[in-house]
Design a protein around this ligand. Sequence first.
Ligand code: C2E
Ligand code: MG
Ligand code: MG
Ligand code: MG
Length: 291
Amino acid sequence: QAKEDGRHVYRIYDDSMSKASAAKLSMMADLREALVNKEFQVYYQPQIDLASRQVCGAEALIRWQRRDGSFVPPDEFIPLAESSGIIADIGCWVLREACRDCAGWRQAGFTHMSVSVNLSYVQFRDGELECRVRKALDRVGLPAQALELELTESMLIGESPHIQKQIAAIRAMGVNFAIDDFGTGYSNLGYLRRFSATRLKIDKSFVMDMGGAAKDKPLVRAIIQMCDSLGLEAVAEGVEDNETVRELLALGCHQGQGYLWSKAITNDAFLCWLSEYGKQDLSDPFDYAQL
Ligand code: C2E
Ligand code: MG
Ligand code: MG
Ligand code: MG
């Protein structure tokens, strides 16, 4: 009886899962081709220093446009690229593109610009990350201080000495680190003592609901206070309106990123955006994004 049940359960599982896994397998195969076929592009989203309203940097966000023209969201393909390991190659490519484009912004006169690149835990696996970062900077002459690497809480909680050693070596180069999606991982905050980040990004789920009835504003306030006492700069993700900027400023948040200023756009569009943004009058107290 038990055996029969077991088999029955197995069969249902197998039937319902097979379609999903077939789709995943075919997407995994497509991912390898996509890199060769140049179907990926790196887009940039500006980061604004809230008090001065100056653009201080941009986050590099990968886009995959398939040959039929459709875009696959990163939240769909990044996990697959991680499980197949191809993210190591994709991530290395993003790093080189981002360093080259940031060097370009600085040469175009935006000399204070930095670029933030998302890292996957898989990129720490072969121990070559330090060397890859060094090369990506050197080939375009970008100072290490202009590069920031974003890591999520879950990558830091594991406390793997293998990862920690590599982070320390890259940090020693002068590259900055940020904690991404803060507040969505686990509640063990011990890693904050050991990990030498310079910035902490408050997850957009808290920022987007700040004006709502939920208890998101007290949470954002607490996170910013924690950043202050740890000497970290707080970056709010998902800033979509002026009201949120005013609240963030009142709470002492340092920087913001969100659709209020711009979504992620191609490098060409980003360069245009930078010069347009620089031309505007930044003194209107009610409008933080006149573009
Ligand atoms: P993330 O690193 O937390 O990036 C922020 C995400 O929030 C981006 O989604 C961005 O487009 C979106 N966003 C920014 N401002 C707003 C806003 O005002 N409102 C709303 N609703 N959303 C906003 P995206 O580009 O779809 O990327 C999703 C995630 O995929 C990223 O989250 C990151 O975890 C991952 N990802 C993207 N590019 C890369 C990459 O090159 N390497 C790796 N490993 N992961 C990447
Ligand atoms: Mg990020
Ligand atoms: Mg994030
Ligand atoms: Mg995210």
